[in-house]
Design a protein around this ligand. Structure first.
Ligand code: AMP
Ligand code: MG
Length: 411
């Protein structure tokens, strides 16, 4: 088996992204577009609002009209055509969102009026245009509404509906296969025999991939047996854009994933100078990606967060790939072995504009609970040892999404 050099996390991420293809695009119905990345520019074809619309419930009037009492000549409901003309000495009752009747140029909100005997009196003067939303105030015909690369969260999705786009072009979701390995693993509904543990990675890794917008199209489990693993890897790679394996990448006699990936593709790295997740392996098989995630649950999920998540975002056309980082103040001393970069799991809280970090407890890779409840990963660089209470360290903030939007613009 080839021996792979130990590379630093920054180099590993660079290699992953360099080999990550942008997936193709597809047309989807509006209902399927939520959570996708837009692959086309969207332009408004109509003005919005398409007619001058009342912003309040009240009375449509002529602002310059000096009459004290104005006769109420009718009522203008939302969704109804406006036909009755407002003239000096008259007013038209109007509802929010209703078209301004011809002749009228302002709306007096009902709270600022008094009614008696079929007439209305304004308690405050109104200005021309007051509480009227002019044509095209939201959007003008021909205006760009969304740029290609925009992430379709609820607000942009709403904009697509506003402009009547019922089909849009988006980037395809990556198809992901999850293949766990290990003779010791049993499914969660099975009794634990001697030496057995439950397969949690199958679920945790698949869920992490779904949460990044991937389609998990296949999951499977292989014993530590060469032929079985080779067969299942081929099956998964036949269907998926990205293969995520768990386990079988360290130094044991039954760690078969690296040589089997080497058989079908090209292994770009086999060790990363990080804790957890040193055995992380990355290969390409043609245009497809394969990540050999380490078996320990924390190692696999932290590796997913640091390398797989940005790759899956990159494939879907996101331009913001990484979580935000912040400088955090340690609430207690932290032991750190300086041989590799360490990603310690912490709870980050903000008080008076300062981020404070507190450990989630024992940081061994098999302890999934060190990750559950963590909303930050401290980045403890290689080369530096012990950290004291009050030291300032960089943390990756896991509970904050990338700023929405392909170009980072809030449209
Ligand atoms: P490995 O990298 O295959 O040597 O796995 C290292 C350790 O991670 C194993 O001894 C198990 O304790 C644990 N492990 C491996 N695969 C899984 C899995 N799918 N679910 C939960 N724990 C696992
Ligand atoms: Mg194993």
């Amino acid at each position: 088996m080839t021996d792979y050099p130990l590379i630093c996390p920054e180099e590993a991420l660079r290699i992953v992204l360099e080999h990550t293809p942008l997936l193709g695009t597809e047309w989807v119905e509006l209902m399927e577009a939520l959570g996708r990345v837009l692959a086309e520019e969207v332009v408004a074809v109509e003005d919005m609002p398409p007619f001058p619309a009342s912003a309040k419930d009240g009375f449509a009037v002529i602002a310059a009209d000096r009459s004290v009492w104005r006769r109420v000549i009718g009522q203008q409901m939302a969704g109804a055509p406006a036909s009755i003309v407002v003239q000096p000495g008259t007013a038209m009752r109007i509802m929010t969102g209703a078209p301004l009747p011809p002749g009228g140029d302002a709306v007096a909100m009902v709270e600022h009026t008094e009614e008696a005997g079929g007439s209305v009196r304004l308690l405050r003067p109104v200005q021309p245009g007051q509480d009227v939303r002019p044509v095209g105030q939201d959007l003008g015909a021909g205006e760009q509404v969304l740029a290609a690369g925009a992430f379709l969260g609820p607000r942009r999705w709403g904009l697509l509906a506003t402009v009547g786009r019922t089909r849009v072009q988006v980037y395809r979701r990556p198809r992901v296969a999850v293949l766990t390995t290990g003779d010791e693993l049993v499914e969660p509904d099975q009794p634990l025999g001697p030496g057995a543990i439950r397969n949690s990675n199958r679920y945790a890794i698949a869920a992490a991939a779904s949460a990044v917008g991937a389609d998990v199209i296949w999951t499977g489990h292989a014993r530590d047996e060469e032929e079985e693993l080779r067969h299942l890897m081929a099956e998964a790679l036949g269907k998926a854009d990205v293969l995520l394996t768990s386990g079988g990448v360290s130094m044991g006699d039954r760690d078969l994933v690296k040589p089997l990936l080497e058989e079908v593709g090209r292994v770009h790295f086999g060790w990363v100078a990080q804790r957890p997740g040193k055995p992380l392996t990355f290969a390409t098989v043609g245009e497809k990606l394969a990540f050999g995630l380490p078996g320990f649950p924390v190692s696999s999920l932290v590796s997913f967060e640091l390398y797989v998540r940005p790759a899956l975002r990159n494939m879907q056309g996101h331009t913001r790939l990484h979580r935000p980082r912040a400088e955090v103040v340690l609430q207690h001393p932290i032991k750190h072995l300086p041989d590799r970069t360490e990603f310690q799991r912490v709870v980050v809280t903000e008080r008076e504009g300062v981020y404070w970090a507190e450990t989630t407890g024992l940081q061994v890779s098999g302890r999934l609970r060190s990750l559950v409840g963590a909303n930050g990963l401290l980045v403890l660089p290689a080369g530096l040892g012990h950290f004291d209470r009050g030291d300032v360290v960089t943390a990756i903030l896991l509970d904050r999404p990338e700023m929405e939007g392909g170009s980072g613009r809030m449209t």
